[in-house]
Write a protein that binds this ligand. Structure first.
Ligand code: ADP
Ligand code: ZN
Ligand code: ZN
Length: 765
């Protein structure tokens, strides 16, 4: 049983028997016809099955394939009796003994069981069957009350009833549940008030607000001259057909205000607006500002929502109840029909790229959507991608520049500290230099806030045996384990393998392990040691695992309950904290060493963004940038916050090496459990690519590079190889891929070897 989507009617293909429809799952279509060309484009461009594209686009509650039922096989029963397998596997087997269960129920009962399920399935101990399920996540309804305007104010009400009436008079309408929070048994009082003709009770869809904060409406401020000019040009372009703008505005120049002003115009014209933002943490900020301005007509879509919440938000867009949707990458598929404005905030951000499943880039798809619907596409960033700047130079995008911060606040002053001078120091002085230490002391003294940035989590990222010098490595990946003190364990950041912190050296058995290598936990510990009175909080993936964690950290920061925030790139993005006046970049070089032609670009963007967090309020900001390579141009451009200087240097390298934006890339990744199989499969595939290229006269200039072993040659027990296809235009690239896939239609569906196609890849490890 599979789910299918009806895109139109036609006659059955000659000589093929169609299967019967078991059940129609939706009473009304779940996406408008205007989405179909986008689905088709996506399927063609990423060489991905159309049905799976649609499934990726729809909110989880609407699809049925994500739920599977598992049952025990005879082999599984035997394994259970024999007590085979590890702990997790035995737990799963024991649960299934009582009868089949859904995967979801197993995960709930047996903890993180995905790996165990895969292993058991491979050994034939369990069988999985898709479970047919539909509409489980329907919208909830909630009871609301409103006061009926009476000629005479009611007399002689009890105190409780009077409170209810007062609340209603103040708010107009309220959910009964909200009233119950201030008046016990409000429900009974409301019924009595309805009998008396004073109150009206009714039902409404209950939209589960993701953050549940009270949002105070705001009035639009008077625009600055820069904002006025930019917003004017953008609003004039609305309704005039597809056009792409790049809003290149320094951090704190008021880009969000421009977005809202142009969006307001689109709404006035009766059209809809899509706003994409990179990260979940950021959505709360963008959402809050849009909600404050536009109230209830905003929907929010991102993967941090529960299935039911996403379903609700999707439905509101589909029914036309909201005209603005804000979300992370999957929101690019929000079911609008009449968009006149598509905004991509922080367009340079790598998190628009989906890795795994359908490998799409939401930033690029946003432009495709805008083109298909004749909408204005507005890309915004303080550190635009090289690709966008190049498109501006080539005349494809129109660039709008906002070079100044609001209220002429100065950009922060950046000092570079050469970490090589601290190399011989012992202890935390190695990575918190004297300059940084002094600046922190001064800032804390003044009662202001400090942000410390290091793009690596954990305590020690390269533990080494003190006796024999061997690194403590993951057994399944070609990578060091990272010590996490909070977990009291060594953890592999790629496959999740963990070992107790008491683990001994694999080679010599010594228990003396040196905690080398830096991570946010170690920085946090150092800050506590240097500044015992400071309130220190760490924000990285480890401290924000639960829903709401990020938001509560951001709230505490805003409420000045935090003096020093230590974090990974999570803290770098888009937040607006007026009281942070010092930003310390602990080690600027980490991302430079990545085996990736975009390493310089990413480093520049990340550093300039982090630096931009300083001095956004009334007091000027300061940045201390620590680095081992102070002469690198990415670091110098970040110090000067000079996008143009960075562009001029970097574009020369790209041109010389023939990398994007001067070429299009597609990567084929091959993985297998057997070392030899992986290599052989990759060699065979590269041969096929070369043959496909040779068979196509128009693919002249297309290069097939590889196969090469991946920089991370083994992850989670899989040996990994890569092939890179590179050509000047995208036409030849796609024709060769089509030919390759026509030749081997099951190429991307296999598991041994597993082959993944990544069009416009961003990650090369
Ligand atoms: P960006 O997105 O470019 O980093 P923001 O839109 O966050 O900048 O603006 C920075 C700060 O300036 C915010 O606190 C915002 O409320 C404020 N701001 C923006 N535009 C104006 C304006 N025209 N007048 C006064 N304050 C403004
Ligand atoms: Zn050893
Ligand atoms: Zn691992």
């Amino acid at each position: 049983r599979v789910t299918g989507y009806v895109l139109g009617l036609g006659s059955p293909p000659e000589g093929r028997e169609l299967k019967a429809v078991l059940r129609v799952l939706d009473a009304v279509p779940v996406f408008p016809p205007a989405m179909i060309p986008l689905f088709r484009w996506t399927a063609d461009y990423y060489h991905h099955p159309l049905g799976e594209v649609i499934e990726t686009a729809l909110p989880g509650g609407l699809t049925v394939a994500d739920a599977a039922s598992c049952r025990l096989t005879d082999a599984g029963r035997a394994a259970l009796v024999a007590g085979e397998g590890d702990d997790a596997e035995r737990r799963v087997l024991a649960l299934l003994e009582a009868g089949p269960r859904s995967e979801r129920a197993l995960r709930r009962a047996a903890g993180p069981a995905a790996k165990a399920l895969r292993a058991l399935e491979r050994r034939g101990c369990i069988e999985r069957q898709p479970l047919l399920r539909g509409g489980s996540a329907g919208p909830r309804r909630e009871r609301w009350a409103r006061a009926i305007a009476a000629a005479e104010p009611a007399q002689g009400l009890s105190a409780k009833k009077q409170t209810v009436m007062d609340e209603l008079a103040r708010a107009g309408e309220l959910p009964v549940r909200a009233l119950e929070r201030c008046v016990p048994r409000a429900g009974a009082h409301l019924r009595a008030l309805r009998e008396a003709g004073l109150v009206d009770l009714f039902e409404r869809h209950a939209y589960r607000d993701p953050f549940g904060e009270a949002i105070v409406p705001d009035a639009p401020p008077v625009l600055t001259a820069d904002q006025e000019r930019v917003a004017g040009e953008l609003t004039a372009a609305l309704g005039g057909g597809f056009r792409t703008f790049l809003l290149n505005g320094v951090t704190g120049s008021g880009k969000t205000e421009v977005y809202m002003r142009v969006a307001a115009r689109a709404l006035d014209e009766g059209r809809s607006v899509l706003v994409l933002v990179p990260e979940i943490a950021l959505i709360s900020q963008m959402e809050r500002r849009f909600r404050a301005r536009f109230g209830e007509c905003v929907a929010v879509l991102h993967s941090g929502l529960s299935e039911g919440e996403r379903f609700d938000q999707w439905g509101r867009v589909l029914r036309g109840e909201v005209r603005i949707a804000i979300g992370a990458r999957s929101a690019v598929f929000a079911p609008f029909e009449d968009l006149s404005l598509v905004i991509v905030d922080e367009e340079h951000d790598g998190s628009y790229k989906q890795e795994g499943g359908l490998h799409y880039n939401a930033r690029d798809l946003a432009l495709v959507r805008a083109r298909q619907l004749g909408a204005v596409a507005l890309l915004g960033s303080a550190t635009p991608s090289l690709q966008a700047l190049h498109a501006v130079r080539a005349g494809r995008y129109r660039e709008l520049v906002m070079p100044h911060r609001i209220e002429a606040r100065p950009l922060p002053e950046v000092s570079v500290v050469d970490l090589r001078a601290c190399r011989d120091l012992r202890g935390p002085g190695r990575f918190i230099s004297a300059e940084l230490n002094r600046a922190m002391a001064e800032t804390l003294e003044r009662g202001e806030q400090v942000l410390l940035f290091l793009n690596r989590r954990g305590y020690a990222s390269s533990p080494v045996c003190a006796a024999c010098g061997a690194a403590l490595r993951c057994r399944h990946c070609d990578i060091s384990l990272t010590l996490h003190q909070a977990l009291n364990a060594y953890v592999c950041h790629y496959c999740g393998e963990s070992r107790p912190a008491t683990a001994v050296c694999d080679r010599c058995g010594s228990a003396a392990i040196k905690k080398l290598g830096l991570g946010t936990e170690k920085v946090e510990a150092a800050v506590r040691a240097f500044f015992p009175a400071a309130r220190v909080v760490r924000m990285d993936r480890d401290t924000t695992r639960r829903k709401g964690d990020i938001l509560s950290i951001l709230k505490a920061l805003r409420a000045r309950e935090i003096d020093v925030l230590v974090g990974t790139q999570m803290v770098a993005k888009g937040h607006d904290f007026p009281d942070i006046t010092l930003v310390g970049i602990i080690c600027a070089d980490l991302s430079l060493s990545f085996p990736d032609f975009r390493a310089g670009e990413r480093t520049f963007q990340l550093l300039a963004q982090v630096a931009g967090r300083a001095g956004r309020g009334e007091r000027p900001g300061r940045v201390i940038l620590q680095t081992y390579t102070p002469g690198h141009f990415s670091i110098q451009a970040a110090r000067d916050q000079d996008v143009a200087a960075f562009y001029d240097q970097e574009i020369g390298f790209r041109r010389a090496l023939g990398y994007p934006p001067f070429a299009r890339l597609a990567q084929l990744r091959v993985a297998d459990r057997e070392r030899g199989q992986a290599r052989a499969a990759a060699a065979d595939l590269a041969e096929r690519c070369r043959a496909a290229a040779a068979a196509d006269a128009s693919s002249h200039g297309l290069e097939v590079l590889g196969p090469v072993e991946a920089a991370l040659a083994r992850v989670a027990g899989m040996y990994r190889w890569q092939i890179l296809l590179k050509s000047r235009g995208s036409g030849p690239l796609h024709r060769v891929l089509e030919r390759l896939l026509a030749d081997r239609p099951q190429l991307l569906a296999g598991t041994a070897p597993r082959v993944v196609l990544d069009v416009d890849p961003l990650v090369f490890t």
